[in-house]
Write a protein that binds this ligand. Structure first.
Ligand code: ANZ
Ligand code: ZN
Length: 832
């Protein structure tokens, strides 16, 4: 009997069409029993189309979803488009085509590409954040936050990208440059809308504890929130009604505060203008600082600059000493109170500054232990060289900085001898300091002076004679639709300002002529709630139905790139908490379990990019090798979370593996050889391995087990047991390579469809291996198998292998140069 060749080009479209027509992957409308929400981070539909990085995570979640369905679990597995954003607008500016047209076209490409990979998404739930039926609810979300006081407008220094002509979030500024175009970012004052994410700082920190997320992501979230415990202390200004309030984490060092520093933007600088004798110099420095971004200011570690405010002095409330006041750009306005008490003996930055400006350094902490790095470079506690004593002496004389808080107070009057904690507790009430907690987290700036985003649903009623001010658009008037006839070239003001029909409106409250807000929302607002919309994507009465939400949420499993470690995940968590407190959702954390996919690099080991010419197009791989091969290859490259380079040569290996499965499934088995392998241990082992590996997302090792299993089946003679084992292999392989296995299942005349089969159970008794089946190769080609006791030696195995007729035939007349033995698995005779 001749076997058809495996042709992915006929097999794959056939099954994709059937799944599409039958809506095979529609989530159960009312899941009963066990169910699971398996979510991918939805893509931005870029003009470049799908990247081979996309299918990495998508294959992982697809394997998992298909596996769960076979276990009888109800699965929600949706896909959609994060469709607003700058690239479409920039592309539109370049080509003169409308962003909507371009975006919808890109979405069609993405959808076609994703479907060509055979992912089991429930396409009836597709969402598109740029569609008015979606962003209507993004605007509704804005209004809910606004009503709750969680959305507010404020003049603020913002990061301005002069090339993109827009404000950037802090997270979009990398080393002082725009993340997108790498232009130098400037600081500007503008009235902007903010979401008060800081109201949830503590909850966002605390609730990380209950999440099954990768540790690096948890750490990044934690650092971003940046909690510190400290104190607010007021320093009076001598001969003035003004005070300087500082935030310090080291109240214990207050006796060592020998000067103070204000951020150059601090309002006191202007208020003290009349008293400052060197105003011109101060003013110049303030102007110069404006040109620097926060990141540059933090980065300038060594070279400290600043100007002393001549004519003013502060009073240290601990010892009544008069100390000088400086402005310096190493103090940031955005943190704490924007002012510090400087303790050069115990803070590196202050130490550097004090050195440069010749300020006194007074040691106030005597360290409990000083460790000296010995000549050899290792740390030692017991020092016989005397270095430790010398170092301690330098610290006590203020010649060297000691930043630790493990020690006792000295030079601190009545508080001498106290440890850190006691000192803080005793000093605070004495000087009226307030113990407090600060977070590094800033409120979320959501205004964008751009066209291709969801309009902010606010109307300004500011006629010359009074007015209602900023009025939210009534919910019944949503969506505030983006006008299509807009000149969206960037000028610095929002393009929507140039659309009269858009911005000339009546005040919803008093009916007077008013003006619509012309900024749009950060696209991270769109993606902060999309996972809620999937449960109820066609709802025109509400963003989602609470009952449907209860059926599926929170998301059980979320997979995506680690580049979203901070922004997207933090924003989605914040919005979830806010909606929870507003009574709209029943849970406080949106994503219970998170896994990251690692970056796929180009063949040259560099990040894939057009300019490097190392981008792999998934369409070409699908065309040449098939979707199943691509899926298997991406899963076989290595652990999901690892960064790994593409290698086209290795794809062929997986294609060959599928061809081997095709052959062995359609052939009845070897004839002629009498003894076959004992199948039951192999079958049991492979089921166990596949089950455990899928559960723990170790797909590469599951595939390796399938290969081994297939190798054994290749040399197994025809039998009932072999046919049963072949079917088991098809079922196990199905979540990874759904097309070929569906086809083979049908060709074998097996009952039903392969995906309707229950996930196999393994026979525990069969796992207790007494005999192992070893594959025998000659020059890497499989020539037979032998069954040996588990503890057989290499010699014994080789002997029985050479006794096999097929092996003997290939060895005759040859010399064995080398024997490669993989215990319990393979013997390979290298001959020549
Ligand atoms: C006195 C002091 C003595 C400080 C000492 C440190 C060591 P974290 O832990 O990151 O919260 N600080 C406060 N506000 C600042 C600002 N706007 N710009 C720059 N630095 C600022 O850091 C808190 C410490 O950072 C505070 O404690 C303050 O310096 C400084 F031996 O106060 B410390
Ligand atoms: Zn009005």
């Amino acid at each position: 009997m001749s076997i058809d060749r495996y042709s992915h080009k006929s097999v794959e479209p056939k099954w994709q069409k059937l799944w599409d027509e039958k809506h095979t992957w529609a989530a159960p409308p009312k899941p009963k029993g066990e169910h699971c929400y398996v979510l991918d981070m939805f893509p931005y539909p870029s003009a470049q189309g799908l990247h081979v990085g996309h299918p990495e995570g998508y294959t992982a979640t697809d394997i998992y979803s298909r596996y769960l369905r076979m276990k009888g679990v109800g699965v929600l597995h949706p896909m959609g488009w994060d469709a607003f954003g700058l690239p479409a607008e920039n592309y539109a500016i370049k080509t003169g085509r409308h962003p909507r047209e371009v975006t919808w076209e890109n979405i069609d490409t993405f959808r076609r590409q994703i479907k060509s990979l055979g992912f089991s998404y429930d396409w009836s739930r597709e969402v598109n954040t740029a569609d008015p039926s979606y962003y209507r609810w993004t605007q509704w979300l804005f209004l809910q936050l606004y009503n709750q006081g969680l959305a507010y407008r404020k003049e603020a220094p913002v990061n301005w990208c002069p090339s993109c002509q827009t404000v950037l979030a802090n997270e979009q500024v990398v080393n002082g440059e725009c993340e997108r175009c790498h232009s130098q970012v400037e600081q500007r004052q503008m009235a902007q809308w903010f979401f008060k994410i800081t109201a949830y700082a503590e909850a966002l920190l605390k609730d990380l504890d209950g999440l099954d997320w990768p540790q690096p992501i948890l750490d990044m979230q934690k650092n971003w929130i940046g909690k510190s415990e400290g104190a607010l202390v007021k320093f009076p200004i001598f001969n003035s009604q003004f005070l300087i309030e500082v935030f310090t984490t080291r109240l214990d060092t207050i006796f060592g505060a020998t000067y103070m520093v204000l951020a150059p933007e601090h309002e006191l600088v202007q208020q003290l203008k009349g008293q400052i004798k060197n105003w011109d110099e101060v003013k110049t420095y303030v102007e110069r600082t404006k040109k620097k971004t926060e990141l540059e200011r933090k980065a300038e570690a060594k070279d400290k600059t600043g100007v002393k405010l001549e004519g003013v002095e502060a009073i240290n409330p601990a010892n009544q000493e008069h100390i000088p006041i400086f402005i310096a750009d190493y103090v940031l306005t955005s943190y704490g109170t924007g002012a510090i008490m400087a303790v050069p003996a115990h803070d590196e930055r202050d130490f550097e500054f004090a050195k440069k400006f010749n300020l006194p350094v007074i040691n106030v902490i005597r360290p409990n232990v000083v460790r000296v790095v010995a000549v050899g470079g290792s740390l030692k506690d017991f020092d016989t060289t005397g270095e430790t004593d010398k170092k301690l002496n330098r610290i006590l004389k203020g010649e060297e900085v000691y930043v630790g808080n493990d020690g006792v107070l000295v030079n601190s009057g009545e508080f001498n001898g106290l440890d850190f904690e006691t000192a803080v507790k005793k000093i605070a009430p004495k000087i009226g300091a307030k113990l407090t907690t600060q977070y590094r987290l800033r409120d979320w700036l959501i205004s964008r002076q751009r066209y291709w985003g969801a309009p902010i649903p606010i109307i300004y009623c500011n006629p010359p004679a009074g007015g209602c001010g900023a009025i939210p658009v009534p919910e019944k008037d949503l969506p505030v639709e983006l006008p299509m006839d807009v000149d969206f070239r960037p000028t610095g003001e929002s393009p929507l300002q140039r659309s009269k029909s858009f911005h000339q409106v009546k005040c919803p409250k008093c009916g007077q002529p008013a003006r619509r807000e012309s900024d749009t929302m950060d696209t991270f607002v769109d993606s902060s709630w999309y996972f809620l919309r999937y449960v109820d994507p066609q709802n025109t009465k509400a963003a989602f139905d609470a009952k449907k939400l209860k059926q599926w949420l929170p998301v059980d499993f979320y997979v995506g790139g680690a580049e979203h470690a901070v922004m997207h995940l933090l924003y989605a968590r914040f919005i979830t908490k806010a909606l929870h407190d507003l009574g709209y959702v029943h849970f406080k954390e949106p994503f219970l379990k998170l896994r990251n996919q690692g970056l796929i690099l180009g063949e040259d080991g560099q990040k894939m990019s057009k300019s490097r010419g190392n981008v792999v197009n998934p369409d070409e791989i699908v065309e040449q090798y098939g979707a199943d091969t691509l899926r298997l290859y991406e899963m076989f490259m290595g652990p999901l979370e690892d960064v790994k380079p593409w290698n086209t040569k290795s794809i062929i290996g997986l294609r060959r593996f599928l061809e081997r499965v095709w052959q062995l499934a359609l052939s009845p088995g070897q004839t002629g050889s009498s003894s076959g392998p004992v199948l039951s241990p192999v079958v049991a082992r492979t089921i166990k391995k596949a089950t455990e590996d899928i559960e723990s997302f170790r797909f590469n090792t599951a595939i390796a087990a399938f290969m081994e299993f297939a190798n054994i089946l290749v040399v197994t003679p025809a039998s009932e047991a072999r046919q049963a084992a072949v079917r088991t292999l098809l079922i196990l392989l199905y979540p990874f390579a759904p097309h070929i296995t569906s086809e083979l299942w049908e060709k074998l005349g097996a009952p039903g469809k392969v995906w309707e089969q229950p996930w196999p159970q393994y026979d525990k008794a069969a796992l207790k291996v007494v005999e192992v089946t070893i594959t025998i190769q000659v020059n890497g080609k499989v020539r037979g198998i032998v069954n040996c006791p588990v503890d057989a030696s290499e010699n014994e195995v080789a002997k029985s292998a050479q006794a096999l007729p097929a092996v003997a035939r290939h060895l005759s007349g040859q010399t064995i140069k080398r024997t490669i033995y993989v215990p319990g698995k393979i013997v390979n005779f290298v001959v020549g």
